[in-house]
Design a protein around this ligand. Structure first.
Ligand SMILES: [Zn+2]
Ligand SMILES: [Zn+2]
Length: 301
């Protein structure tokens, strides 16, 4: 009996270990935490590296086929690739199978520079992005050189069309409203053999999207959602209308009448350096007490 139980536990452990997972490689807004010019809350983080948070990024990890994919090429990408391998005991290829990009704001794509001739001189790393983003990379230096030298291979993908990564994993990009100066902005839905994930690191207010965020969250198991700012007035001397994002308080209000189960799917991410979630334990606890979750660097889902 004991032997059967032990064997059962080993099988269960093996099964869980072999499941596709998401690893969080960063949670900060584009310019990271600590942040250039930030005198108050960032000072401790400048001195103590354990308080530093990399720019928002996820790794999609498939242990069965020993493959991994990166979401976003951030300014911290070099460190995040090292961090990924430390978290996964160096069991994977150094560079990912492919990189998914949401848009052309600095926190989300400039890490591509490390794939070029001056750095690792990568060969045909697949880069998945929507049409305007691909065009932007193709037609503007220094990114265009990555294309002409075949460091990256831009993969043709369209909004709402599934990308099949293997038998059990699909990724579907979709368009969201954002400040689209250079590119459109994508979010991603990731479907694995066990879980559905939603990744929307940047979006203007939820009401401006033609889909209901509440309904979209209900369709998945984990939703990583834009939480750049906690509330209005957070940035002194700057109008927050120029940089619209859903405030954390607005997102929490929107889900206020939903069940515990639905609220717990929300994992806030993409924190600006002014967002108290990064440095105020009481504020973090308030969000958790309301039933929401906070994504953190190193977490696995
Ligand atoms: Zn961003
Ligand atoms: Zn952005």
């Amino acid at each position: 009996m004991r032997l059967i139980l032990s064997l059962g536990l080993i099988v269960l452990f093996w099964h869980l270990k072999a499941q596709t997972q998401i690893l969080v490689l960063g949670t900060a807004q584009d310019a990271g935490f600590p942040h250039i010019g930030c005198k108050n809350e960032c000072q401790l983080a400048f001195k103590d590296p354990s308080l530093k948070r990399y720019v928002v990024s996820l790794a999609l990890v498939d242990p069965k086929n020993k493959k991994w994919w990166l979401f976003e090429a951030t300014p911290d990408m070099d460190d995040q690739i090292q961090y990924f391998h430390e978290l996964t005991n160096w069991e994977y290829e150094y560079l990912p199978e492919g990189i998914f990009l949401t848009h052309a704001h600095i926190g989300h794509y400039v890490g591509l520079m490390s794939l070029g001739r001056e750095a690792i001189n990568a060969s045909n790393i697949k880069v998945y992005a929507l049409p305007r983003m691909r065009e932007y990379l193709k037609t503007n230096g220094p990114w265009s050189q990555l294309v002409t030298l075949n460091n990256i291979d831009l993969v043709d993908c369209q909004a709402d069309q599934k990308i099949q990564l293997n038998n059990s994993i699909t990724v579907t990009p979709f368009a969201v409203p954002h400040r689209d100066e250079y590119s459109e902005t994508a979010g991603f839905k990731i479907q694995t053999e066990v879980n559905g994930y939603l990744f929307i690191p940047d979006i203007n207010k939820w009401e401006l999207w033609e889909r209901s965020i509440v309904e979209e969250v209900k369709k998945v198991d984990y939703a990583f959602l834009d939480a750049s700012f906690y509330e209005d007035g957070e940035i002194p001397n700057r109008s927050m209308e120029d940089i619209p994002h859903p405030f954390v308080v607005e997102t929490m209000n929107l889900f206020a009448n939903e069940s515990k189960d639905v609220k717990s799917k929300v994992h806030l991410i993409h924190f600006n350096h002014t967002n108290p979630i990064l440095f105020d334990r009481k504020k973090r606890q308030e969000v958790l007490d309301k039933g929401f979750n906070l994504a953190d660097q190193g977490n696995k889902y």
